[in-house]
Design a protein around this ligand. Structure first.
Ligand SMILES: NC(=O)c1ccc[n+]([C@@H]2O[C@H](COP(=O)([O-])OP(=O)(O)OC[C@H]3O[C@@H](n4cnc5c(N)ncnc54)[C@H](O)[C@@H]3O)[C@@H](O)[C@H]2O)c1
Length: 363
């Protein structure tokens, strides 16, 4: 038997995240002389993209815009195909740019298009929701949904640049803001102690009023994610801790009847994972209550709005890429700030599911 060793020394992944109100100053020198496709959704288009495209210092003949309907349905193979058609038609090459201007839906779709077309175009992420600023624009995960399964087709592909302007958040509804805030709260629970203190000291109202404080909170969440992703880009080990609350969160989010946004579903998932951690004697009840209280303080849901039979949960978990035979891997807390990934059985999940539903209907 012959053996050929392939040992590729990959380049370190290097990109900057800028906090700036002067996005164009960072952007224009990069895109000059290249074709540019800006991907956005209708809401962001009305609010920002029209003006943004006009002010790009790029040859307007080489500048294109692709606008999708807002919402999760646009993360589809059909939209990806439409983007490929446009890129082909306009003759995009690997040194050209895709700019994502929008929330996580746009970032995931644009990222997947950039990573796959001609095996990779340049990608610039300009996240406009809190969720995309603290979470989805960083870490290189791209995806579309397929056959009603969330994020089942995707790649790992890092942007060349992420530009964060917190002024974009001014036009978000409170519900959308809190949707992103849920990932910030998660970051505090899984180990960012200073962030936890900031969330203890400050209310929702003071955070949205104080720009510097909001920026500090966003920066802390980003730095925490950056550190975790740096150790495990491909989500094999340590990165899984970022999924705290996401196992049950994904199940609730994919149930259209419940109408939960990602962050809302994740907070319920965090409550469930905390109750599970208590059940496993990892977390004490006092710490679990602190978690629930903190979620509640910021107005995120801690009570499920409909009773869902456990078999519905199982059917989604079985489709989920995280399930293995009759066990799934779930992030639990071995004490506050100390996330661990544990295999848990579906029968254990069922026991805690009953507690979860009961707690919700108890007052
Ligand atoms: N890639 C990752 O690592 C990662 C991580 C977390 C979540 N996600 C994905 O992110 C998506 C959710 O992202 P999202 O919450 O940003 O949703 P979204 O992109 O659908 O945006 C939410 C809503 O806010 C609107 N909007 C965007 N910016 C606005 C602004 N500045 N002012 C007013 N309205 C604005 C949008 O039009 C939309 O209606 C999900 O698909 C989720 O799977 C990806």
């Amino acid at each position: 038997m012959k053996k050929i060793d392939i040992n590729i020394k990959t380049k370190p992944i290097n990109y900057n995240i800028f906090f700036t109100e002067e996005i164009l100053e960072q952007l224009n020198p990069k895109i000059n002389g290249h074709k540019v496709l800006v991907i956005t959704d209708h809401n962001v288009n009305q609010l920002y993209t029209k003006e943004f495209v006009k002010s790009l210092n790029s040859d307007q003949n080489n500048l294109y815009k692709f606008v999708v309907k807002p919402g999760e349905k646009s993360k589809s193979l059909k939209k990806l195909e439409d983007i490929f058609d446009l890129l082909l038609d306009k003759g995009f090459n690997r040194d050209d740019y895709i700019i994502s201007l929008g929330g996580g839906v746009i970032g995931d779709l644009a990222g997947l298009a950039a990573s796959t077309f001609k095996r990779g175009l340049n990608l610039i992420q300009i996240p406009t929701t809190l969720l995309s600023q603290v979470d989805s624009s960083i870490g290189g995960k791209t995806a579309v949904n397929y056959k009603n399964i969330k994020n089942v087709i995707g790649t790992f592909y890092n942007p060349n640049l992420v530009l964060i302007n917190i002024n974009y958040l001014d036009t978000l509804s409170k519900r959308e803001f809190l949707n992103g805030f849920s990932e910030i709260i998660k970051t505090a629970f899984i180990g960012e102690k200073h962030l936890y203190q900031l969330l203890t000291k400050n209310s929702y109202n003071s955070i949205i009023k104080k720009r510097k404080l909001l920026e500090k909170i966003i920066e802390k969440a980003i730095l925490f994610k950056k550190q975790v992703v740096k150790e495990d880009l491909y989500d094999q080990n340590q990165r899984k801790i970022l999924n705290f609350g996401h196992t049950i969160g994904h199940v609730l989010e994919s149930n259209n009847r419940l109408n939960y946004k990602h962050g809302e579903a994740v907070t319920l998932g965090m409550k469930y994972a905390s109750l599970f951690s208590v059940y496993k004697n990892l977390l004490n009840r006092k710490e679990c209550d602190k978690i629930i209280k903190k979620i509640d303080k910021f107005g995120l849901p801690t009570k499920i709005n409909k009773n869902i039979p456990f078999k519905k949960i199982i059917s989604v978990i079985n489709q989920d890429k995280k399930s293995e035979n009759n066990d799934i891997k779930m992030v639990l807390l071995d004490g506050l700030f100390n996330p661990i990934v544990k295999k848990v059985s579906l029968s254990e999940l069922k026991v805690v599911w009953s507690d979860f539903i009961e707690e919700d209907s108890s007052d």
